[in-house]
Design a protein around this ligand. Structure first.
Ligand SMILES: [Zn+2]
Length: 305
């Protein structure tokens, strides 16, 4: 990547990315950081047309731009607008709504929403299992039952979920978080997630929910009964609770109505920022852009389905 690239404020950021050409060059440097390649066939000998805007593959002879095959994909939007949108989404701790995003970037609300979801998809984590001391917790998000029609409310009360979405999170002490939507709080559901995301032998701390019984076979499991002992020494779930607090503040204050369908992506967005909370802004931003170059397109049809 180009040296001298450094920013701590939005002003410094937009000063650096002053025009589309600077943005295109920067994006090319990130996309081809491990060498140039053709997005159609993967061949590594490509020709650049004069002006630098288009490339041609030496093997399959197809033309492409630096955006071809990335989530910027077929959009006609300037890279500069994408870069600013990524800045707004990845460097603000609570996130912003797609409506605000559209206003700041200068696109229609529909386009803002589309960019928002594509960037969020690039903010998806895919790293190894958590290890060490891992706090595990489940919580309920959303479902404003009081705003519902009475008949619907009564129907939901019977199911016990009252229209809320169950989300589950796991966090390493002073480390990474993994969070996602789960269908229910049954033992099989919760424990299969723990087996998937936590390295065997780790110390797993949960609340006293029966669904966590039996984890002792693979983990050093400790359950906290909040009614009896709250925050006793190292035995606490403060880290995951602070993550939920952050997420719920965003939910109520910024996004208002986070649909169940999109909640997984919002959780991934929050996790992404949470996991980079001690990193410098430009590292976080660069991480998202690098991910953009690797993420396949998210068609509009899939978003609204
Ligand atoms: Zn090719």
């Amino acid at each position: 990547m180009k040296t001298g690239f450094e920013f701590n404020t939005l002003t410094e950021f937009t000063d650096y990315f002053k025009d589309e050409e600077t943005c295109r060059k920067h994006f090319a440097a990130i996309r081809f950081r491990n060498g140039e390649y053709c997005p159609h066939c993967g061949h590594t000998t490509i020709y650049t047309f004069a002006g630098g805007k288009r490339y041609r593959c030496a093997k399959c002879k197809q033309d492409f731009t630096i955006k071809t095959g990335t989530v910027f994909g077929e959009s006609k939007l300037p890279i500069r607008k994408w870069f600013i949108a990524i800045y707004l989404l990845s460097t603000t701790s609570k996130g912003i709504s797609s409506v605000q995003l559209a206003k700041h970037v200068g696109v229609t609300q529909k386009t803002g929403w589309f960019m928002d979801h594509r960037i969020r998809k690039a903010m998806r984590e895919n790293k190894g299992q958590l290890f060490g001391t891992v706090e595990v917790d489940e919580t309920f998000v959303g479902g404003l039952a009081r705003n519902m029609h009475k008949s619907k409310r009564e129907k939901l009360n019977g199911s016990g979920a009252v229209g809320k979405t169950v989300v589950m999170g796991m966090v390493e002490r002073n480390g990474r978080v993994v969070a996602g939507v789960v269908p229910d709080t049954r033992r099989d559901t919760l424990q299969s997630k723990i087996y998937k995301h936590v390295e065997p032998g780790s110390a797993v701390i949960t609340d006293a929910l029966n669904a966590y019984n039996g984890l002792n076979s693979h983990f050093a499991h400790e359950a906290i009964d909040h009614a009896v002992c709250f925050g006793k020494g190292q035995l606490h779930t403060n880290s995951i609770e602070s993550f939920w607090a952050l997420f719920k503040r965003g939910y109520h204050g910024i996004y208002h109505q986070m649909s169940r369908k999109h909640m997984q992506r919002y959780l991934e967005e929050y996790s992404f920022r949470f996991n980079r909370r001690t990193q410098r802004m430009q590292c976080v931003w660069s991480d998202v852009v690098a991910s953009i170059t690797e993420t396949t397109q998210l068609p509009y049809k899939e978003l609204i389905a």
